[in-house]
Design a protein around this ligand. Structure first.
Ligand code: PAF
Length: 286
């Protein structure tokens, strides 16, 4: 039976006992309103760890003023049932005062990786993410922590934060889970109207067509960006924020796609209320 825990001290007690028995702890940090993407992270953690802890905490530090902190979708009862069915052992659902009893005076920032793409659109976002994830690592002491590739820049920021701060944790990136028409699963998809939902797969279409062009011999980063931009721009409702071609490890924008390079294509567009993000990987053929 899954345990639901609200306090840091109780969670530490349970996970200290797990480690004392020689058990491994897997951590799946989420903001709740769980979908199959989150559940795939739990599933992977269940395969690889003895005790799986998922966290549900809508972290105010990663929302700027005017963003959707208050409106962010929440359904704890449904999340509990889904997490338990997926094999989660512990669900950590701290309150805001449990996580931040005092105004935070400490902030974790990951320079350079946080500056462009999502960081340009949301300048305070990644510091909020890195800070709460560092805190969750310090609280839970996981051996392995699971994050979706859907938020590819977040994954890179978390990996670098864990490495720079020597957290003894393996950060595991897991493939994006998609709806049948290609739309990447996201809790914020609930904001889409029916008409916007019908248009939303354009992001994935733009990415897969651009990846196919790279596989067919396109070697210009600018041409790949232009192709993705044109595909998204053809949908009047979609307001493109960026279309990027970056090195998958460093997130540096690429002008020339060298044979053998591991490249990530990323797009973000506003579609009505939500900003949708998506990305795919491609290896440049030799
Ligand atoms: O991806 C998310 O849901 C959040 O950014 C995370 C990693 C749980 C931190 O609040």
């Amino acid at each position: 039976m899954m345990q639901v825990i609200q306090t840091i001290s109780e969670l530490r007690g349970v996970l200290d006992a797990t480690r004392a028995r020689g058990g491994t702890v897997g951590l799946v940090p989420t903001m709740g309103y769980l979908h199959d993407g989150h559940l795939s992270l739990v599933g992977r953690a269940v395969e690889e760890c003895d005790v799986v802890t998922a966290t549900i905490f809508v972290n105010p530090l990663q929302f700027a003023a005017g963003e959707d902190l208050d409106a962010y979708p929440r359904d704890l009862e449904r999340d509990r049932a889904l997490a338990e069915r997926a094999g989660c052992d512990v669900l950590f659902t701290p309150s805001q005062t449990e996580m931040y009893p005092e105004p935070m005076r400490t902030e974790v920032t990951v320079a350079s990786l946080s500056a462009h793409m999502e960081g340009a659109a949301r300048p305070t976002h990644f510091a909020g993410v890195a800070t709460v994830v560092a805190k969750l690592f310090a609280i839970a002491g996981p051996c392995r922590a699971y994050f979706g590739e859907k938020d590819f820049q977040q994954l890179a920021v978390v990996r670098r934060m864990a490495s720079d701060l020597s957290f003894p944790v393996a950060v595991v990136g897991c493939p994006t889970v998609r709806e049948a028409d290609g739309l990447a699963m996201s809790s914020r998809n609930v904001y889409l109207t029916d008409d916007e939902r019908a248009v939303a797969p354009v992001l994935h279409r733009a990415l897969t067509a651009a990846a196919a062009a790279v596989e067919a011999g396109e070697r210009s980063g600018a041409a790949v960006r232009a192709q993705m931009t044109a595909t998204v721009a053809a949908e009047q409702r979609a307001d493109l924020d960026y279309a990027e071609v970056v090195d998958a490890a460093t997130l540096e924008p690429l002008d020339e796609l060298r044979p053998g390079a591991t490249v990530r294509l990323l797009v973000a567009a506003r579609l009505g209320r939500p900003r949708l993000l998506d990305n795919v990987g491609v290896t440049v053929p030799e």
